[in-house]
Design a protein around this ligand. Sequence first.
Ligand SMILES: Cc1cc2nc3c(=O)[nH]c(=O)nc-3n(C[C@H](O)[C@H](O)[C@H](O)COP(=O)(O)O)c2cc1C
Length: 213
Amino acid sequence: MKVLGISGSPRESLTTDPLVQKVLAGVECEKEFVSLKGMHISPCIACLGCVEDNVCVLEDDMADLRSKIVEADAYVIGAPNFYRLLNGLTHCFLERWYQFRHREGKAVAGKLGVAVGTGGGETQPPADNIRTFFEYNQIECIGTVTAQGPAACFSCGYGETCRSGAIHMFFGPGTKITPEITPDIMKQPEQLEKAEDLGHKLSERLKQYSMAT
Ligand SMILES: Cc1cc2nc3c(=O)[nH]c(=O)nc-3n(C[C@H](O)[C@H](O)[C@H](O)COP(=O)(O)O)c2cc1C
């Protein structure tokens, strides 16, 4: 049994990566973490080139990911909130799972999933998007976990004075950026614990499944 963890954040090791990794930490079988950061994954172009053999014809980084998706028994997929949606990189990645949907392709249906969402303010939208995606693909979503991460405004250099940024929006004008007000996943022990618990739960379900087959 193998669990594939995917983080769709373009930022390394901030919020989405560690939260997906925390779910994997609770997993007691083989597991692999992949970050989509820096990968070139185009959107699905609906060319139907994958209809005959369930293999996408586009040539980019999705080709290597395809075999990992097919070989895994469960998925932990995480994405940050960009404009109340999951971010574009994760969306492109998920669109390309269209290749598994044709001619009763069974590569992903019947497997298990955990949906992970992060956001500067609202953390739930990407987790809900991923849950919906799982359901659409007949992947059973056994749970979701979310955490708050630092919006780029905390580190862009203009956050304290910029009137359209997150600091003004969340705390009002004149606010100084300090470590106390800067969101950090390490300050959210309940979310980290929930993530690890979901990893355990995923392992248990996989164990039951392997004993039954
Ligand atoms: C283009 C862009 C749009 C964003 N839109 C939202 C938003 O609508 N709501 C929100 O809560 N956070 C928003 N954020 C903040 C990110 O969700 C937040 O920084 C999150 O921690 C990013 O995940 P990471 O820390 O794993 O990179 C946005 C960030 C970017 C770069």
